[in-house]
Design a protein around this ligand. Sequence first.
Ligand code: ZN
Length: 148
Amino acid sequence: MIEWSNAAREPFPVRPRGRSLLRGLRRRCPACGEGRMFRAFLKVADRCAHCGEELHHHEADDTPAYFVIFIVGHIVVPLLLLVEMRFAPPLAVHFAIWPALTLVLALVLIAPIKGAVVAMQWAFGMHGFDPAPESSASQTTSRDITPS
Ligand SMILES: [Zn+2]
C-alpha cells in the first residue's frame, strides 16, 4: 500500500477559470474583479488594493509576449498580404503602415494578455497561488512515499 504524506490536504478552493480570465483581460484582480491588477503599465501589484488577494506569486515571464506575437502576427501578416495582392502599393506605404500597426497592437494587447496569464495562474493555483503550498503535491518527493 502506498501512503501519501499529503493525504490530509485541504481541497483547492473553487476558482472559476472563465471568470478569472475575463477579470484578468480587464486588468482586474482575479479574486474580486474590483481592484487593479497592475500598479504600473506591466508591473503586477503585490496585492489587490480592494480585497487584499496576494498577486505577487505570478510568474508570467515571457508568456504574454509570446501570445501577443502570435495574435499580432495573425492579424498583421494576412492584412499585409491582402493589401499587397489587392492594391500593390509602393514599398514606402508598407513601411508607413505595418510597423506602426504592429507596435500599436502590441502595446494595446500586452497588458490585458498579461492580466489574463496572471489570472489563469491564480485560477489554477500555480506558483504560490495555491493557499496550501506546504502540502502541495508538487513538493512530494519519493521519500514521502511509504511502502508497506
Ligand atoms: Zn481583489
